[in-house]
Write a protein that binds this ligand. Sequence first.
Ligand code: PMP
Length: 359
Amino acid sequence: MTRAYNFCAGPAALPEAVLQKAQAEMLDYQGKGLSVMEMSHRSDEVVAIAEKAERDLRDLLSIPDQYKVLFLQGGASAQFAMVPMNLSDGTQSADYVNTGQWSSKAIKEAKKYCNVHVVASSEEDNFSSVPDFERWQLSSNAAYLHYCPNETIGGVEFDFIPEVNVPLVADFSSSILSEPLDVSRFGLIYAGAQKNIGPAGICVVIVREDLLGNAIPATPTVFDYKTHADNGSMYNTPPTYAWYLSGLVFEWMKQQGGVEAMGKLNRAKSEKLYQYIDGSGFYANPVAVNNRSRMNVPFTLADASLDKAFLKEAEARRLLNLKGHRSVGGMRASIYNAVPMEAVDALIDFMKDFAQRRG
Ligand code: PMP
């Protein structure tokens, strides 16, 4: 069996070593005679797995002590609602930046719970850049400012962390752990797991403690961050297997040299791909150069009628899931932490060959 190169935006490639370890431990976890999937979340084994995963994530991102780390269900989409429910107090307004489809969804959901003020939007340029920070119209009394540092669909990434005097809230679903991050700049960070963390089914929330305990009264118990903070994310049954696999990914990342090493590799991978696209005369990427995502690289072919043939031939070469999001078309190569440089090299070789034959 040879494994294919997987460029899926999510659920995305997982490190092969992680899958192998999970396979080896699948039927009998550490001599217990049970799979992790079959164990109580209150068992010593699962509690130890959960605690180690949290410790390793704290180490990887140097998360300061005054932050809680929560492992929740509902994906990043649940956070679109939980953030305003927990942080807006229902009367205050909240500032949002709109840089693409995921920001737009967060905005739409937040409007159910508070007054949303969109401080800046790149909708006019078809979400192909990050609005210039100098021109953001920040409110004076916002409960928080929300933005999406990496728009997975548009392939647009912030090249700065906004400097604001309200809690900064960020949807890091598609770029968490891809490079070092100063967590202390944020009030709250959330990220669905299925890109750089682990399999789908779990969402990590990193929240400053002083922001807990102010949920609007109608907030369901399971949507109140404090419930999970007070119960080690085990108020109800957590997604234990996804948590275990995420822990294996954190271990793997530490063995690779942590976020510093990942950051260097991710930059090298994406630079190589963009450089090839720009010089190819056949492929194009529409995003402003400073805002090009290191994780999600969308590109178009000079002739869109060749898209189908491109995908078919790519698949025959075991280069999978290159189709762009259904809303934008074209192609997209997602090159998260678990996608090695060899995958990028193989993709570029194929792109060159295709352009030569069909261009
Ligand atoms: N935000 C971003 C940036 C995403 O990429 C995604 C999923 N691709 C989501 C939110 C939604 O995540 P989920 O499907 O886990 O709810």
